[in-house]
Design a protein around this ligand. Structure first.
Ligand code: PLP
Length: 403
């Protein structure tokens, strides 16, 4: 039985080097990095700082010192969701500016945080009124935000603009550099959720000009439960977790040392192979799209044809239910996803596909293929060879197929 995993936008297999590097920190190197006065604490303290440097280098932060007391601009979190929550909540809590701008095709970690801040009535720390106003920008049929829409939406009281770097379902990459520059003209902070781009395409916080950037280890062959928020020096952001001095007292809680070490190694590996890997995945995605569209009638590609992640392909199949396709593909040993894996179990059509203008009934027939370092040309050929027959069977049973 084949086992072809094409759901790498949901999560990736940790690289063997990552697992190997983590193991000692799950065993004999168990010290708490906050215990700086004895050996085993000092070892883990140094390991956390080394990983911070590795993470920083991947996104263009090259001046992190060896001093573990200096988190500098990389702050470890439990993952992308926490980083997104922190960026938005930290930018508006206890502050006078209360307007948030985001887009209709963000991850739920951003959208639901903005929604919560819009509903929230008061801050339990300072008792100030915290309810925010939120503006949701539309995206075009390829998934791009129009910079003019952002220009019009910005106000003097805008605290933060949060636009994701690349979308997790369709892979469209936003013009972040331009959007950040427009935001700064009006004095607001700019955050990007780069969970799907870090480790896959070049990300340089200085080139992009962002103040805040979210990333997550498990999306690029690192471990789960670990991520980071880049906070540009000088950015005023409230603490996310209180109760300890870790991460400059901005994110309290004992460090997840093994996770942090694993994420550092994943960053190092991603840097080595990035250009060649992106080229390889882009070619495989093209082969997959050509192979499927030559053999299966009435299919469409969702998202931007060029400005997109190299390893993501989202395809809409007329007259076929996404869930049925997933089951048939799974029987053939191929794992893919319909809509975003983060919202699997939720039978509502994907908000991302609705945002780009795909109709409700069409959104249900869309499938995301997402590749990684582990995907081979043979895997792709197998999908091209098996999927047309599966699709034919599904369509024969479907009441929506108008063949
Ligand atoms: N942001 C994006 C764009 C994602 O794709 C995901 C996960 O799918 C997240 C945030 C959440 O990241 P994590 O799983 O690390 O919490």
């Amino acid at each position: 039985m084949k086992n072809i995993y094409l759901d790498n936008a949901a999560t990736t297999r940790p690289a063997p080097e990552v697992v190997e590097a983590m193991l000692p920190y799950l065993g004999e190197l168990f010290g708490n990095p906050s215990s700086k006065y004895y050996g085993v604490g000092q070892i883990t303290r140094a390991a956390v700082q080394k990983a911070r440097q590795q993470v920083g280098r991947l996104i263009g932060v090259n001046n992190i010192s060896d001093n573990p007391d200096d988190p500098y601009e990389i702050y470890f979190t439990s993952g992308g969701t926490e980083s997104d929550n922190w960026a938005l909540k930290g930018a508006v809590m206890c502050k006078s500016k209360k307007h948030i701008i985001t887009s209709a095709f963000e991850h739920h970690a951003v959208l639901e945080t903005a929604e919560m801040l819009e509903k929230s009535l008061g801050c339990n720390v300072c008792a100030k009124q915290t309810a925010c106003e939120v503006t949701i920008l539309p995206v075009d049929s390829t998934g791009l935000v129009n910079p003019d829409d952002l220009r019009k939406a910005l106000r003097d009281e805008t605290a933060i603009v949060s636009i994701m770097h690349a979308n997790n379902e369709i892979g469209t990459i936003q013009p972040i550099k331009e959007l950040a520059a427009i935001t700064h003209e009006r004095g607001a902070l700019f955050h990007t959720d780069a969970v799907q781009t870090v480790g896959k395409i070049p990300v340089d916080v200085n080139d992009l000009g962002v103040d805040l950037l979210s990333m997550s280890g498990h999306k690029f062959h690192g471990p789960k439960g670990i991520g980071a928020l880049y906070i540009r020096k000088g950015t005023r952001l409230d603490p996310f977790l209180n109760g300890g001095g870790q991460e400059r007292a901005l994110r309290a809680g004992t460090h997840n040392v093994a996770g942090i070490v694993g994420m550092g190694v994943a960053c190092e590996l991603a840097m080595k192979n990035m250009e060649a890997e992106a080229k390889r995945e882009r070619a495989l995605v093209e082969t997959l799209w050509q192979g499927l569209s030559d053999r299966i009638p009435k299919i469409h590609r969702n998202g931007h044809p060029e400005i997109r992640l190299p390893g993501t392909l989202n395809v809409r199949f007329e007259g076929a239910e996404g869930e049925a396709i997933l089951m048939y593909m799974d029987m053939m040993g191929v794992q893919v996803s319909s809509g975003s894996a983060c919202s699997t179990g939720d039978i509502k059509p994907s908000h991302v596909l609705l945002a780009i203008g795909v109709k409700q009934e069409e959104a249900h027939g869309s499938i995301r293929f997402s590749l990684s370092h582990d995907t081979t040309a043979e895997d792709i050929q197998y999908v091209i060879d098996t999927m047309p027959k599966q699709l034919d069977m599904i369509r024969q049973m479907s009441v929506t197929w108008k063949g």
